[in-house]
Design a protein around this ligand. Structure first.
Ligand SMILES: [Fe+2]
Length: 144
């Protein structure tokens, strides 16, 4: 969960947040994914959301697994996001602290401030399922 904000810190209302990710085995529900890891018939792996009047978005999912993306590359667990406001669009990926593949991932390490893309799993507050984790990930669109 998080907020979509502009550079002034103002909420971006009604922004579109598209999310897509691999399943818990590291496989996408997409015909071009050649990873032989199992599909999960109960997990679609993508969604299109809208931010609310405070710029907030929220979704419930499973933690994706790392997956092979070439002969010498294992992508760390990550969630893809494309965020579209009224003027700006951002395509990014959210990562998880402690993933052993973060250190060698060329995409994560190409980011100017990669620490902003790495999230921590936090214990849930009382409004969430007790065995769940929560993640905060705010997204800034330049003008919104
Ligand atoms: Fe991916």
């Amino acid at each position: 969960m998080g907020k979509v904000l502009n550079l002034a810190g103002e909420p971006v209302r009604n922004a579109t947040v598209e999310v897509w990710q691999a399943n818990a085995h590291g496989r996408y529900t997409h015909p071009s994914d050649t990873n032989p890891a199992p599909l999960d018939p109960n997990f679609e792996g993508s969604a299109v959301l809208k931010t609310d009047s405070d710029g907030r978005y929220r979704f419930k999912t499973i933690k994706p697994a790392a997956y092979p993306a070439g002969p010498n590359l294992i992508r760390p667990a990550h969630i893809h996001m494309q965020v579209t406001g009224r003027q700006d669009r951002l395509v990014t990926q959210m990562y998880f602290a402690g993933d052993p593949y973060n250190a060698t991932d060329p995409f994560l390490n190409s980011a100017g401030r990669k620490e902003l893309l790495i999230t921590k799993l936090l214990d849930p507050t009382s409004e969430f399922e007790p065995d769940s984790k929560i993640v905060g990930f705010d997204i800034v669109l330049y003008k919104g």
